[in-house]
Write a new protein. Structure first.
Length: 123
């Protein structure tokens, strides 16, 4: 009898290209959940809306490449613990302006104000 899996690896995949899945991230062990390193696995990610799949494998069955079709390093029936699909929906979040955009805004607004004032003075 084999022992139960105690060292999971979590991988998150995003749908595409075509019918394949692209690796977003994978994690073997996490730090801090129980005051130090432990063998559990976890990912904390900010994701865009889309279709994702999470796979759970047992150590040391890591994803071999950037695509799910690349397989896993120890691909074998007992090392694959499951695959779970996720559909994330939500509103599009407006991007936070970059530094250059802030600089353009800080320069542009006073310039527009100055030009408007100048036009009013002429009339
Ligand atoms: Ca682990």
């Amino acid at each position: 009898m084999s022992s139960p899996p105690t060292d999971p690896i979590l991988a998150l995949w995003q749908a595409g290209p075509s019918s394949d899945w692209t690796l977003v991230s994978q994690n073997d062990d996490v730090y801090g959940a129980y005051g130090g390193w432990d063998w559990d696995s976890g990912l904390r990610l900010d994701l865009m809306a889309g279709s994702y799949m999470a796979t759970v494998t047992n150590y040391s069955n890591f994803a071999k490449g950037p695509l799910l079709s690349d397989g896993f390093s120890g691909a074998g029936g007992s090392d694959n613990l499951g695959a779970y699909t996720l559909n994330i929906t939500g509103d599009t979040v407006a991007p936070v302006p970059e530094t250059e955009e802030w600089v353009m805004l800080m320069v542009g607004l006073p310039l527009v104000g100055w030009m408007t004032r100048r036009r009013q003075e002429k009339t």
